[in-house]
Structure formats: structure tokens, C-alpha cells
Design a protein around this ligand. Structure first.
Ligand code: TRP
Length: 329
């Protein structure tokens, strides 16, 4: 087998089924990297509890939904390893040890933490504060050197690098300083032009039917100043056109729509109808695969549990090395 470029660890919190923003920005990128890197894809179920420890009814269902979307998006157990965070105690154990190397004030300065308490008015638990320490353990327990993430996660990668450096300086060279890898495609807005987020109810889910998808597209936010189809419209920052740019493979058609939209020579309805068609075409393969996988959820979960078992020797070896170096063995 050809020499791999390195080791990737990345993952999602299992908060529910994935949406098109996940597929186009993230999952497609991950799928492409499977041949070039040793890939570990993490279901970060412990991290779910950092913001809400009481609503646990849906965790297992959400894990199944995320795994189903991942496999449908061509993340492939023959080429990558899937891991259930809570089932490998080494993640939590390494997080405890890394916690010793991290000051509380450093964690209180994390922008993600500040945002959680300011914007969501969340009363933080100790688990909320140490979220990024657990994430550092997730990455370094595999000695991963490459971490594909969204921009909001970069401060967590920076902390991971600091922890790796501090550990290496104190106890001897052990961990790589991992690099964050940003996805190339821009962030796709939600159908209401806010950030796409399940809690805003503005996503197009990968499990939505073609009819549901069309309905959402037809109601999509567009140029709010355009009342009549013959008013000149704005294309820039208009999510309908941002989506066309991403999902409509017919670039000439998109250019023609934009030109006519600016001149007030095409209605929103026509532009949206074509977008719905293009989007449904784009989602076709994912939907077919998803539907088939969803007939056997046990098989989907077995992929996760088999992956977790196969990762165990590696994380055990890292933890043993860490404990020896820290004078615990
Ligand atoms: N914090 C990440 C998110 O919310 C999820 C995550 C947990 C993760 N552990 C990770 C991502 C390790 C990359 C590497 O999206």
C-alpha cells in the first residue's frame, strides 16, 4: 500500500441527522481524504453532554442517524475507522491528564466557551469548560497530525497544539502538533439566510424527500427588496444564487439567471424551481444509499462498534506511553 500522508482524526457530535451543509462542506472532503490518510471518524457522544446532560433520550437514535449519513456519503469502513468516543475510556482518561496541563483561565478565554455562555445564556458545567481539553485528547490519543474542521473549531486545534507542545517539553517528545485543515467550500447559509443550524429549523436535511426539499427551496429567503418579477434583483449574498453556484452544474444557465435577475427579467419562482431540480439531482445518490442503509440500523451501528474495537489497541498504547512518561507506571 502506498505511503499515507498522515493521520486524520475528525468527528461530529451526534446531535441529529446531517444536512446539506455537512455534505457539501465537510463529508465530501472527508470522503476524498480516505485514500491518502489513515482516517479516524469520531462520534463525539461525550461532547453532547457538555451542553445538556438531562435530555439523553435521543442520543442513540442520533448516533444511528449520523452514522447512516456518514456511510451514505461514502465514508467507508474498508478505508477508515469509525470510533464511539464514550466506548474508549482512553479518550476520557487522556482528557483528565491533559486537564492537569491546562489552566482554567486559558479555557475561560476560549471563544467557543464565551459564546456559549453569552449567547445561549448557558450556565456552564465543568464539562462545558473542559470541552476543548477532551477534544485535544480525541485528537492526540491517535497522534493525529491533521484535523479537518470548520473555522469555529480552529481555537480548539490551537489548544491541542499547545497541550502537545507542553507535554513534549515536559515529558519528552510524544505527540505531533496537529494542523487544522479548513474545508475549501464556503459555508452554505440556511434557507432563511442565517447560519445553517438544525436548531434554527432552516436546514435541508439529507433525509428530506425530494418533495420536502422542493417545498423548502420554494420558500427560501431571497432578495427582500424585490416585490415584482420585473424589479431588478440582487444576486450577491442571495442564498438562492449561492445555492445555484454550489449545486447547479450548468454554469451557463446560472450566469444567464443572474444576468436576467439583475435586470428584472426573470421571476424568483423560475430560479427556485431550477434550483430545487438541481438540488434533488445532487442529492439523489445520497438518498438512495441512505434509504438502503436505513433498512438495517443494526448493521450501521455494527460498523461503528467494529471500528471502535479495532481502534482500541492504538489508544491503549498511547495511554500506556503517557502514563509511563508522567510517572504513573
Ligand atoms: N467539537 C467538534 C464539533 O462540534 C466535534 C469534535 C469532538 C471534534 N472531538 C473532535 C472535531 C476532535 C475534530 C476533532 O464539530
Amino acid at each position: 500500500m502506498a505511503e499515507k500522508k498522515g493521520t486524520i482524526l475528525t468527528g461530529h457530535r451526534p446531535t441529529g441527522p446531517r444536512h446539506i451543509g455537512h455534505l457539501v462542506g465537510t463529508l465530501e472532503q472527508w470522503a476524498k481524504m480516505q485514500d491518502d490518510y489513515d482516517c479516524y471518524f469520531l462520534i463525539a457522544d461525550l461532547h453532547v453532554l457538555t451542553t445538556d446532560y438531562s435530555n439523553t433520550d435521543r442520543i442513540q437514535k442520533n448516533i444511528t442517524d449520523v452514522m447512516t449519513d456518514w456511510l451514505a456519503a461514502d465514508l467507508d469502513p474498508a478505508r477508515a475507522t469509525f470510533v464511539r468516543q464514550s466506548a474508549l475510556f482512553e479518550h476520557a482518561q487522556l482528557s483528565t491528564l491533559f486537564g492537569m496541563l491546562t489552566t482554567v483561565s486559558r479555557l475561560e478565554r476560549m471563544p467557543t466557551y464565551k459564546e456559549l455562555i453569552q449567547e445561549l445564556k448557558l450556565k456552564p458545567s465543568a464539562g462545558t469548560l473542559t470541552y476543548p481539553v477532551l477534544q485535544s485528547a480525541d485528537i492526540l490519543v491517535y497522534k493525529a497530525d491533521t484535523v479537518p474542521v470548520g473555522e469555529d473549531q480552529l481555537p480548539h486545534i490551537e489548544l491541542t497544539r499547545e497541550i502537545a507542545r507542553r507535554f513534549n517539553n515536559t515529558y519528552g517528545e510524544t505527540f505531533p502538533e496537529p494542523e487544522g485543515l479548513l474545508s475549501k467550500s464556503a459555508r452554505l447559509p440556511g434557507v432563511d439566510n442565517r447560519t445553517m443550524h438544525a436548531s434554527y429549523g432552516n436546514t435541508i436535511q439529507l433525509m428530506d424527500s425530494p418533495e420536502e426539499t422542493t417545498k423548502k427551496v420554494m420558500k427560501m429567503y431571497t432578495d427582500p427588496n424585490r416585490i415584482h418579477a420585473d424589479d431588478p434583483g440582487t444576486v450577491e449574498g442571495n442564498p438562492v444564487f449561492e445555492y445555484h453556484d454550489v449545486f447547479n452544474p450548468n454554469k451557463d444557465e446560472v450566469d444567464d439567471f443572474k444576468a436576467r435577475y439583475r435586470e428584472g427579467k426573470i421571476g424568483d419562482v423560475e430560479v427556485k424551481k431550477r434550483l430545487a431540480e438541481a438540488l434533488n439531482e445532487y442529492l439523489k445518490k445520497h438518498r438512495e444509499r441512505r434509504e438502503e442503509l436505513a433498512t438495517d440500523p443494526k448493521k450501521v451501528i455494527k460498523v461503528l462498534d467494529d471500528g471502535t474495537d479495532s481502534a482500541r489497541p492504538l489508544v491503549q498504547a498511547t495511554l500506556k506511553e503517557v502514563q509511563e512518561k508522567m510517572g504513573l507506571q
